[in-house]
Every structure is written in C-alpha cells, then in structure tokens.
Design a protein around this ligand. Structure first.
Ligand SMILES: [Cu+2]
Length: 283
C-alpha cells in the first residue's frame, strides 16, 4: 500500500481515538478516597471539619477501624500532611476512662485519608457516654477538637473487659474474622492491659487457649483449632478458628501469662459449659 493511502487512514484512526476520549457517554466521576466507606460523624472547630468514616457508618462496642479526613473550612481542601493523636473518653457516674487505641496514620496509597483504631470496651444502652478528643498539627500549628460521639452496643460479645487473677484489668477484643466462613477462619484478637484510666498498652507474648462451642447444639466443638499466639508484626494474637456450620458460636478462652499462669477463664467440661472469658460470633 502506498503512503498516500496509509496516511489518511492513520489520521482517521487517531482522530477517532481523540474524539472518543471526550465522549461523555461513559463518563466516570472522580473516584473519592473514601469510596466504600460510610460517614460516621463530623467533628468541627473554627478551622477544620474532621470527617470520621468506617464500613458501617456507626461506632459499635469492640474493635473499630476508623478512617478520617481533615477538611480546611476556608477552602474545602483536605489536609495531606497532618500529625494526629486522639483520645476517646467515657464519662461514667463517678469517673472517666479511655480505651485501647492506635492513633490515626496516613493510609497507604491515599493522600487525604488517615486510619486509626479504637476499642470501645463498653457503652451506655442508649449509645451515650463517649466523646472523642482529637489533637492534630498542620504546618507547625496545633489544633484540637472535642465532641460527643455515639457508640452502640454490638449484638454479640466481641470484646471482654475483666479483672485477671493478677489483680490487673485486661481487655480482649475480636478483630477478625469480620465475615466468618464455614471452615478454617483466621482469628485475630487484641489483648490490652488497663494500666490506668488513660493507658491501655498491648499485652505481648501471653497466650489464649481457644475452644469454640455451639451452645444451641449440645455445646459441640470443632476440629483443628489452634491457640492464640502473639504476633509482633501486628501486635495481635492469631489462631486458626474452625467453624463447621453457620449459627451462634461461643469462643471459650483462657488467658495465660508468660509463666503459663491462668489469668482468666476455665476449661469447658461436662459440668462447666462455658468459660468466664469468652467472645461470641454468629453467621
Ligand atoms: Cu465506662
């Protein structure tokens, strides 16, 4: 084929490609960095609006993954370089206390979203009692916002707060599985010590025995479970959790310290159908 025939064809092809990219038929809106997340609440001060997000749009007792953005009230832009700490506080009749948490850090691959975690160990039946204090620094300037938040009671017991036999208070919270399957699930649990009303460090290198049971079906167990052991990579305890059918399961636990002393919980036996330390799940 001669060049004088090829050139018009090439030109036509290029022109068609260029035009179709302007085509509005398959226009997709700009993807938001919080796509797939639901707004829980906005916290505002004079300068910023803090948007709190998670998958359900609600805080529940137990382990909460939280995403947030900081919007500049003057221009609507989201801050991309903030240092953030937060302090959840529960006001009780005679005292106030905080809970286990990790401060928000920039989410990997995102420009405006920060991710942190909060483990609410309790709440009032109407969801009241908690407030969230956020302190953050942008360009060397310190800011603060504090507002009441709503924390609803989770249906199943996904967190347990208790006194150990060593007279220390502990919190055990289920992190995974979020969507249990029939078969082997990765069970992930956080264990925290209540040092005082404000400080809840991760407990390292303890162990939790695991004995899942179905109370509605003769309290049967399941095969191939493993005990929960500490993983320093994510500061969590991991185990294989075997769920042989859908329904209501009680995960009976015993918390053991590094000397193998039982701090809380009992074996499930013919005469003791449930440990005093347990988590629940239903699927
Ligand atoms: Cu409380």
């Amino acid at each position: 084929m001669k060049l004088k025939y090829i050139l018009p064809i090439l030109f036509l092809a290029l022109f068609t490609v260029a035009c179709s990219s302007d085509d509005n038929d398959d226009y997709t809106p700009p993807t938001s960095e919080v796509d797939g997340l639901q707004l829980i609440q906005e916290l505002s001060n004079d300068t910023h609006t803090i948007e709190l997000y998670n998958e359900s749009g609600m805080f529940y007792t137990g382990y909460n993954n939280v995403s947030l953005r900081i919007k500049d009230n003057s221009n609507g832009q989201y801050e991309e370089d903030a240092t953030i700490t937060w302090m959840p506080m529960m006001q009780m009749p005679t005292m106030q206390h905080s809970c286990p948490k990790t401060n928000p850090m920039k989410a990997s691959g995102k420009n405006t979203v920060y991710e942190g975690t909060i483990v609410y160990q309790m709440t009032n039946t109407d969801g009241s009692g908690w407030s969230l204090i956020l302190e953050y620094t942008i360009d060397g300037m310190d800011y603060m916002v504090s507002e009441t938040i709503t924390v609803m009671q989770n249906d199943d017991q996904n967190v347990s707060s208790f006194m150990g036999s060593d007279d220390s208070r502990y919190i055990v919270a289920m992190v995974e599985p979020k969507d249990p399957i029939i078969g082997i699930n990765e069970l992930v649990v956080g264990v925290y010590k209540m040092e005082n009303m404000m400080s809840f460090p991760v407990v390292e290198n303890y162990m939790l025995t695991l004995d899942p049971r179905m109370p509605g079906m003769g309290n049967h167990s399941s095969p191939n479970n493993t005990n929960l052991t500490f993983n320093a990579a994510d500061n969590m305890y991991h185990a294989n959790l075997s769920l042989t059918m859908t329904g209501y399961w009680v995960l009976n636990l015993k918390l053991m310290n590094t000397e193998d002393e039982v701090l809380k919980g009992e074996d499930v036996t013919d005469t003791n159908e449930q440990s005093s330390l347990y988590l629940e799940l239903e699927f």
